[in-house]
Design a protein around this ligand. Sequence first.
Ligand code: SF4
Length: 299
Amino acid sequence: MLKERRATGLLGGDVMGKKGFSFDIRIQIGAGAYVCGEETSLISSCEGLRGDPKNRPPFPAQKGYMGKPTSVNNVETFVAVNAVVDKGAGWFAELGSRGSAGTKLLSISGDCRSPGVYEFPFGITIKALLAEAGAEDAKSLQIGGPSGQMIGKEDFDRTICYDDLATGGSVMVFGPQRNILEVVDYFMDFFVEESCGYCTPCRVGNVLLKKYLENVMAGKAEPGDLATMQEIGESVKLASRCGLGQTSPNPILTTLAKFRSEYDALVKEDKDGFKPDFDISASTTDAKEIAGRGSAIYS
Ligand code: SF4
């Protein structure tokens, strides 16, 4: 298809006969890892380097592919630009909701009768999209992929748009039979596997979060562990170098907020030798004095 367009003068040098106006498209297969979707990793990958994230600044718009200013966008955005050029900004702005013009492609999967890729105007409610996909009995939804947020029935009147439930396009549906913590564990497994290992908060923090979660699922956690999971999750988000680590604790943090009862039901009080009142900060005072510093997590 690209060859045909080059042959008819729609791509390549002097497009449509316009002297000096060159535009071409090259399709490149990515390296495959999740982190290669991060914009600076994507650029590294296109440059033939290992798909690792780069430090910012400089941002890609200043210094990107081969050191040149680079605009990184997804295909959906270019398609929207095409529609704006074709039908006008006014037409486009009438689609969608206030503050979120246009439409959104949503890939709906999981426990529903009609999974698939749907195009909805921004502003559609969760209830409406579940009805379209045949998932009226959904217990929860993961919005925005593994690093997005888990929502429950109390959020089903909310809308997909930039001001409310923003998403990259993935919607996973979980029916009433699903164990939420098993789903979260699966996502954390994924992030432990996909972390490139460059920075400590992401490399170590995600492993710690997974271990705490496994303890909860095995009925071995104590109430204080949930607060610790929250603190570790927030630290990983704050201190990680790229988008992967900055969002990887979301499955745990959003379910701690929205599905707390699922955790609480498995957390034990002071039985079987566990000590909910164990004060790790106080117990490490001597070690902190010897080291001359505290921990990133426990002051
Ligand atoms: S946040 Fe994770 S994926 Fe990103 S650079 Fe650090 S270790 Fe690598």
